[in-house]
Design a binder for this molecule. Sequence first.
Ligand code: FES
Length: 123
Amino acid sequence: MAFYSEKVMEHFANPRNVGEIKDADGVGEVGNPVCGDMMTFYIKVDNNRIKNVRFKTFGCGAAIAVSSIVSEMALGKTLEEVMNLTNADVAKALGGLPPNKMHCSNLGADALHKAIENYKSKK
Ligand code: FES
């Protein structure tokens, strides 16, 4: 049986950057139709960098840990750096995820990328 890493448990217990940005520059929402989990990312952009990031996640423990670590990884980075962030990077940063939870890591990077695309489409 596969277990969560300590890092996953820690982010799940104390998620960073939870919430919503009312006047966000970009919003990205993704869902997984199989498990029904949903993730929304809100970003503020300044000088091509992520100045602020918040998320709302309705999902499993791994999805919450993924959202939390993705928000930390994105903060202060350029939009290009964040677009290059892969799902594998996210899973690695969390010390790995059990195989049946790998799809949870996909939601994180995808939602963030969508928020950036949304920001770019508004410009
Ligand atoms: Fe679907 Fe985790 S079980 S996001």
